[in-house]
Ligand binder design. Structure first.
Ligand SMILES: [Mg+2]
Length: 416
């Protein structure tokens, strides 16, 4: 049996864990310069607020205080995430941290009769120690565990165990095909055309039909729904960081836009390289600027912003472009900055297991994977970044030694 432990409305729950007055209220967390909704409390969901909905559409609800809108505090979420994953590990020796708020639990060798108690213990520990509500589903495969968790959330239950075929068909019939792990909008339409509306409809299809229409990954999902566990922990068996960041303090305070722009491009490229090295893709790119705290005569300023990409990517070009766009929205003229940084968040593994099981590329921004591989290979061989984007090169010079060379770097040594 496999378990899936999934925090409920994670970002909102994190905010509530530090501010109890948010309890019982409709709360949303915004992203992208407060541009769109990235997390909703159940109360906000009941008001009909959608995931990804632009903030201006719910402006009136926010003004009238029917909804409390918060800017994301990703450092807090990361800290709480580590804590929650520690709790999971305490009760189940082999876990797989699947995302910032989800982990698969390997229950091999544990009697079915004990699963419910273990689930309740995890729920209780997370609530008591971290203040985060968690839902845990157990089933014979990961895909089914995910369905059990979804179902529990809908019914307001904390723990669910799928033990027999009757329950399996009942749950699958109650969920729309679009709720199946990895089925995106496009695939939903295609499946509707074939008369597949619920997950049960899909599971009832012939295996050969599934393989022909949806390929090997679709077949794997079909097998998992029919109780055959075949999506291996090993496929994503590595700890993904949920954010990567690069930031530096400048040697002097800088109000030169071109200089800061080049720094942001350099940090973005560095983050992108790290992201590829850990076989990840990300969907959020953030930029922060900081003025010098020790200049008492000036007001401390710390503008920052995030952009949510249209899909997941690890392409330096795409991520740098996004970071530079964020920079343009937060840049302040006539302000000297002491520090700048870039972070990447909403990271998922670069494997077919997630986030779209069938259409691997559906939710990805098309990037140039081969170009990136070549760049990483060349830079890896040379030992420093000789291949870079033009935007990483500054014309101006601000006596820099912040750990990065902004010129073309050392001459290429063909002997290495
Ligand atoms: Mg969750």
């Amino acid at each position: 049996m496999t378990g899936l432990a999934d925090c409920n409305n994670f970002f909102v729950s994190c905010e509530r864990s530090v501010d109890r007055s948010l309890e019982g209220r409709a709360v949303v967390v915004l992203s992208n310069n407060d541009g769109c909704v990235v997390a909703r409390s159940n109360e906000a969901k009941r008001l009909g607020i959608r995931m990804g909905q632009p903030a201006f559409e719910i402006r009136d609800l926010i003004r009238s205080q029917s909804v409390i809108a918060l800017s994301g505090n990703h450092l807090l979420y990361r800290e709480i995430s580590l804590h929650v994953h520690d709790v999971f590990r305490r009760y189940v020796p082999k876990t797989l941290d699947y995302s910032i708020d989800e982990a698969f639990l390997d229950m091999t060798g544990i009697p079915d009769s004990e699963l419910s108690d273990i689930g309740c213990a995890i729920y209780e520990a997370c609530r008591r120690e971290v203040g985060i509500p968690v839902t845990i589903g157990f089933a014979p495969s990961k895909t089914l565990a995910k369905l059990v968790t979804e179902r529990c959330k809908k019914c307001g239950e904390a723990v669910g165990v799928l033990l027999n075929d009757e329950q399996r068909w009942e749950i699958m019939s109650s969920l729309k095909i679009s709720e199946l792990w990895g089925v995106g909008r496009r695939l939903t339409r295609r499946l509707y055309e074939s008369g597949v509306y619920t997950i049960a409809d899909f599971a009832r299809k012939d295996r050969v039909w599934v393989r022909k229409r949806l390929g090997v990954n679709g077949e794997k999902s079909w097998l998992e729904l029919n109780g055959v566990s075949c999506i291996e922990l090993g496929h994503v068996d590595r700890l993904l960081q949920d954010s990567i960041s690069e930031s530096r303090t400048f040697p002097v305070d800088v109000d030169d836009y071109d200089y800061v722009r080049a720094r942001i491009a350099i940090y973005s490229a560095d983050c992108a390289k790290k992201l590829r090295a850990m076989h990840g893709l990300c969907r959020e790119v953030g930029v922060l600027l900081r003025t010098n705290r020790f200049h008492m005569d000036r007001q401390y300023q710390a503008p920052q912003g995030v952009v949510v990409l249209g899909g997941y990517s690890s392409d330096t070009n795409i991520l740098t472009d996004a970071a530079l766009r964020v920079l343009d929205t937060i840049w302040r003229e006539n302000v000297s900055f002491k520090r700048a940084g870039v972070w990447l968040s909403d990271i998922v593994p670069d494997t077919p297991v997630t986030p779209s099981i069938f259409e691997e590329y559906e939710e990805r921004v098309p990037g140039n994977t081969r170009l990136m591989q070549a760049v990483d290979k060349i830079n890896g061989m040379v030992g420093h970044n000789v291949v870079k984007l033009a935007s990483q090169i500054t014309k101006g010079h601000v006596g820099h030694n912040d750990g990065y060379s902004s010129s073309f770097g050392a001459p290429f040594n063909p002997d290495r």
